[in-house]
Structures are given as C-alpha cells and as structure tokens.
Design a protein around this ligand. Structure first.
Ligand code: FCB
Length: 448
C-alpha cells in the first residue's frame, strides 16, 4: 500500500549517532581521552566491560556509512563531534587532524546531498577537563565556548544546523547523581550545579556559534522530554509525578524558555540548589532557533519515600509492550509531549532529534527481520504527523540510530540501528526497518 499519510514537502528525514558510540579510533588522529574512555575502562562500569575503543570504526568506515545513508534516502544526518579530537588536552590550540576528519565527513555528506546536524556535546568531555573539575567547575563553561568558537570558524562553512547539547538531564542525573554514566559522580549538590553549568554553556556555545553564523544558520539544543503520569490516584503519587516532571522536564525547559528554574523544584532542592551569578538566567534564556526533542517512552511514577531526590520511583505498567531496553512502547506520548511543549514553551521550530528502539535482532539468511522496530517507528511517525496537523512546528525526524552502536552502560548488547553491525567483521546489513524507512523517505510519508 502506498503512503497516504504525507508530511510537509520540506520535512527532513534523518538518522542520528554520537561520536563515542560509533567512531572508535580512540587513540588515533591525535585524539585525547574522554571521560567515557576512562569510565568504560573502569572495571564494572559497562556490560561485559565493553568500551568505545573500536565501536563501529566509523572513523575509518565513514565513506561507506555515507553510502548507506544514501541507500536509506536520508536528506539529513545528526552526529556529534568528539571534543577530545579537537582539544585533546581540553585547551590550547586545536588539533588539526581532528578538524580534518570532520571537514572530510561534512564535505562528503554535502556531496551526497545530506545536510549535517552537528551536536557539540554528546557526553564525551575531554578527560583533561574532568581532571580540573569537569562540569562542576564553572571554568568548563568558558572552555565549551572556545570549543564552539573553533568549530564555528573551522567547520562552519559546511554546517547550517548546530545542537549545543544532547540531553543535559542525563549528564546531570546519570553522570553526577546516580553515577551510572561518566564521570560517575554521586552527589545531588554537584549534579544540580552541573545542570546549571550545562545550561550556561549552552548559552555560551550559542553566542560563539552565532558570532560566526551565516544567514539562515540555526542553533538549538536537544532535550529528552517524557510525559510523566502518576501510577495511582493518591495525592502522594500525584505529587511524585509533579516532582519527577520537574526533575526531568521542567528543570531544563523552564530556564531555556522562561529564564527561571521551576519554583517547586528550587524549593524542593533547598540548599542543594545551584549557585547562580547575576545575568546567568537571562543568558540561558537567549532564544533558540529550534528545540530538539528526544522521545523514547513515558514515565509512570509512584510515591516512594526511600527514593532520592524526589521520593518517587518508576513503575512499569502491566499489560504493555516493552523494548529490549525495558522501556514501554507508548507512541501517543510523543504527541502528548509535543503539544505540551508547544503550549507551555512555544518554540519556533522542533525537530525530533532521536526516536527509536532496541530489540533482539538476529541475522537470518543475510537479512535482519526487525518487524517490531519498524512498527515502533511507524506508530511514532503517525503521532508526529498528528502533531503537525495540530500546528506543532515540526521540521524533521531523526531515527536513533543509523547503526547499532556502543549503548553506554549497556555496551554492544543493545541494538538500536536501522543498520545491523557485525562487530567482529564490521560488516553492515540494512535491517528490514531500514529498507522500510527508505520507502518512507522516498514517499515522504507512511501508511495510515
Ligand atoms: C539517548 C542518547 C543516545 C542513545 C539513546 C538510546 O538518551 O542520547 O545516545 O543512547 O538514548
């Protein structure tokens, strides 16, 4: 059946990756270590002791990967730059070999008719900056500004869409409160201060990028946004859901769009709240050109007095479908958060910068029949379309991910790709979902 749910003619179809998850070549081209090298090489931090040392070897195989993007009919590709490839020691003069790698990547993407969407920070801080306090140190904000300035001047000719940060909430809570992501810190006070510095660095980065921008260049930030619902009818569950929403959604959306942290959360954090200097909040609220939204699932929470920091715990509703990550398949949540973001924050433009799912893929006679992933993406695209029909200014959609890759603490055990990667041989196989997505990009739509 041909596509009958059609998208706007200028709607962008893409896929996304991140440097540490795909590049490999961790000690080549003058690259310095990042906090994820240190973290993944620490015993017990990742499943199976997996690291990003080799990953998908995209550093060497990128021409082939661009060919695969063409096979999928992508007109856009979201990737991130490895900060320690550009500044191996965190400061000083930039590493030309690192810049050359991205220059080649960007120019070959452009030759293939694929628009680069470039993320500056997808979690791989130079270890040298971590040694000086990392994101807990306000100086890192200035280092990020220098990094952004370098990218704008050295790569800006080929890049018209920049994303400062990917999911600062994950860096905040998993990296600095729960300690399950690099750098593995466990302190609420530190985490909240880190969140403020991340937001401030977003503003600093935007200024640096805009100072060199060409007409039409766009700068935004990517947040992971999720609808939060109380598990039961009690007031305690309702309060838990409100605070969880404050933690993951409003703590980041409010400062960017309203120039203030949410009052209930400031009150809740009390003396763990951030040190804010005069002018910080005004800077953070510098208008973005677009908001990047990553969506995977909704969050259902119950009151749990033993859980820090908001006395709430996630529950998994019964009778629902789950991905291999254990996240609930809940496509209507994407529609819900898009309309909410529109109503509460009115961004001028929105991209879905990540959406996708992990499943237990297997190669069968040279094919990867991943029907559940195809269905997941299909159902979410119908919700994206529904939001567009209701006036949400959606400009594009990026599947997470182009390739199976290093899924952080889960290592290589979780596969999100439209393209299967056989790690021992680095052979790529376009999955059934990838072939289907090629039809979507060609027809600019899906079946109802
Ligand atoms: C997001 C991350 C991305 C990937 C997906 C599954 O939170 O931005 O790197 O890990 O989840």
């Amino acid at each position: 059946m041909p596509a009958d749910v059609l998208f706007p003619t200028d709607f962008r179809w893409g896929a996304a990756t991140a440097a540490y998850q795909i590049e490999g070549a961790h000690a080549e081209g003058g690259r310095g270590p990042s906090i994820w090298d240190t973290f993944s090489h620490t015993p017990g931090r990742t499943a199976n002791g997996d690291t990003g040392d080799v990953a998908c070897d995209h550093y060497h195989l990128y021409p082939q990967d661009i060919g695969l993007m063409r096979d999928l009919g992508l007109d856009s590709y979201r990737f991130s730059i490895s900060w320690p490839r550009i500044f191996p020691t965190g400061s000083g003069s930039p590493n030309q070999e690192g810049l050359d790698f991205y220059r080649r990547l960007i120019s070959e993407l452009r030759d293939a008719g694929i628009e680069p969407f470039v993320t500056l920070y997808h979690w791989d801080l130079p270890q040298a900056l971590q040694d000086r306090g990392g994101w807990a140190n306000r100086d890192t904000v200035g280092r990020f500004g220098e990094y952004a300035h370098t990218l704008a001047t050295r790569l800006g000719e080929g890049v018209h869409n920049w994303i400062t940060h990917n999911e600062p909430s994950v860096v905040t809570y998993l990296g600095h409160l729960l300690g399950t992501h690099a750098p593995g810190a466990r302190s609420l006070r530190t985490a909240i201060q880190v969140s403020h510095h991340l937001l401030l660095s977003h503003a600093e980065g935007m200024d640096a990028l805009r100072a060199e921008a060409r007409p039409g260049d766009q700068v935004g930030i990517t947040l992971v946004v999720a609808p939060v619902e109380p598990a039961g009818d009690s007031q305690a569950d309702a309060d838990a859901a409100r605070l969880w929403d404050g933690l993951v959604n409003r703590w980041f959306l409010d400062p960017i769009f309203h120039g203030r942290y949410p009052e209930d959360m400031v009150e809740h954090y009390g003396e763990n709240g951030p040190d804010i200097q005069p002018g910080d909040m005004e800077r953070i609220a510098t208008p973005v050109d677009f908001l990047g939204v990553n969506y995977y699932n909704r969050m259902v929470v119950r009151h749990d007095p033993a859980s820090s920091p908001v006395q709430a715990a996630l529950v998994q509703p019964t009778g629902r479908t789950y991905t291999a990550m254990g996240s609930e398949v809940y496509p209507e949540g994407l529609y819900q958060i898009l309309t909410r973001v529109r109503d509460d924050y009115s961004p001028g433009a929105i991209y879905i910068t990540e959406n996708g799912a992990a499943y237990e893929d297997a190669v069968v006679d040279g094919n990867v029949p991943d029907q559940p992933r195809q269905q997941y993406i299909h159902e979410h695209l119908l919700q994206v379309h529904r939001a567009i029909e209701e006036g949400v200014p959606l400009r594009g959609y990026f599947v997470w991910s182009l390739l199976d890759n290093f899924e952080w603490t889960y290592g290589y055990g979780k596969r999100f790709g439209l393209i299967y990667v056989d790690y021992p041989t680095q052979q790529r196989i376009i999955k059934q979902s990838g072939r289907w997505y090629a039809e979507v990009t060609r027809e600019n739509g899906v079946e109802s």
